[in-house]
Design a protein around this ligand. Structure first.
Ligand SMILES: O=C(O)C(=O)C[C@]1(C(=O)O)C=C[C@@H](O)C=C1
Length: 255
C-alpha cells in the first residue's frame, strides 16, 4: 500500500497483495523448516549469567524490532510490532500521505496470539523436535522473517475491512453500531475465495518446494514442504486470524 494509493483502493488490489504475500510466506516457511524446532530458543529461563529477561528468541526479536523501528519500519500502517513497548523513535521522517485506515487501526494488534500459535502449534507441525544450538541465531532469524510476513498478511485484514466498509457502508453500519461480531464475521466471509486461497497456496508450495536437478529424470521427488500443511496453515490460522483483524477493525470503524 504505497503513498497515495487511497484512490486505487479496491478489494481486487488488496487481494492481489494478499496473493503476492503468499510467495513470501511460503519461501520463508521453506527456509525455517530446514532447522529443527530448537526449543531452547523459546524457553523462558536463560542462564543466570546472562542479563537477558525472557527467552533468547524474545531477546533477539525485541532487539531486531527496536533496530528496525529506528529506520521507520513501524511508521507504516502495514507493519505491526510484536513488542510495541520496546521500539525506538525513527531517525528518518515519516512520508506525509493521506491515511487509508481509520485512526483506530493502531489499536488492532493480534501479534501476541500469532506468536503463541507459531511457537506452540505451527513449529511442532512443520519442524522436527530437536535442538541444533550451532544454528540458534540463524533459526531465530528465519523465525523473525516468517513471523513478520505472517503478521503483515494477517493485519492486512485492516485494509480488506476498510475496503469492504467503503463499498458496503449501509450493510456494515448497523452491525458495527450493534457491536455484533457474529454478523460482521458472516458479512465479511467469502467461502469461495477461501477455497481458492487454500488450493493456490498448496499449488505454490508444490511448485516452490520442487528440487531442481540438471538431469531430466521424471521420477516424482518429494518436495521441501508438504503442500497440504501449507493449505492447513491458511485454513486453520492465517485466514481466521485475518478475519479476526477485520472484525476488530470494523468494530472500531465508527469511533
Ligand atoms: O478476500 C477477502 O475478502 C478477505 O477478507 C480475505 C480472506 C483471507 O484471509 O484470505 C478472509 C476472509 C474471506 O472469507 C476471504 C479471504
Amino acid at each position: 500500500m504505497d503513498c497515495g494509493d487511497d484512490g486505487k483502493l479496491s478489494l481486487d488490489s488488496i487481494r492481489d497483495s494478499l496473493i503476492r504475500q503468499e510467495d513470501t510466506i511460503i519461501f520463508n516457511l521453506i527456509e525455517r523448516i530446514k532447522f529443527p524446532i530448537n526449543p531452547t530458543l523459546y524457553k523462558q529461563q536463560l542462564p543466570s549469567s546472562s542479563n537477558i529477561s525472557g527467552s533468547l528468541f524474545q531477546y533477539l526479536f525485541q532487539e531486531t524490532e527496536a533496530l528496525q523501528s529506528k529506520v521507520g519500519r513501524y511508521l507504516s500502517p502495514e507493519e505491526n510490532p510484536f513488542f510495541p513497548d520496546n521500539l525506538s523513535d525513527s531517525i528518518i521522517p515519516l512520508t506525509k500521505c493521506t491515511p487509508v485506515l481509520h485512526p483506530a487501526a493502531e489499536s488492532v494488534n493480534v501479534n501476541e496470539k500469532i506468536l503463541d500459535i507459531y511457537i506452540n502449534q505451527m513449529l511442532p507441525l512443520f519442524c522436527t523436535e530437536a535442538d541444533d544450538d550451532a544454528n540458534f541465531a540463524t533459526t531465530a532469524a528465519c523465525d523473525i522473517q516468517l513471523l513478520q510476513a505472517l503478521s503483515r498478511r494477517i493485519h492486512y485484514g485492516k485494509f480488506v475491512a476498510e475496503v469492504k466498509f467503503r463499498d458496503c457502508t449501509d450493510e456494515y453500519k448497523p452491525f458495527i453500531l450493534a457491536q455484533d461480531r457474529d454478523a460482521l464475521m458472516k458479512l465479511l466471509t467469502f467461502e469461495a475465495v477461501e477455497e481458492m486461497v487454500k488450493k493456490r497456496v498448496a499449488k505454490k508450495a508444490k511448485v516452490f518446494g520442487q528440487e531442481v536437478t540438471l538431469n531430466d529424470s521424471v521420477e516424482e521427488v518429494k518436495g521441501k514442504i508438504d503442500p497440504l500443511l501449507v493449505s492447513r496453515l491458511y485454513d486453520e490460522w492465517l485466514m481466521p486470524l485475518t478475519k479476526l483483524v477485520e472484525v476488530e477493525y470494523l468494530l472500531r470503524r465508527l469511533d
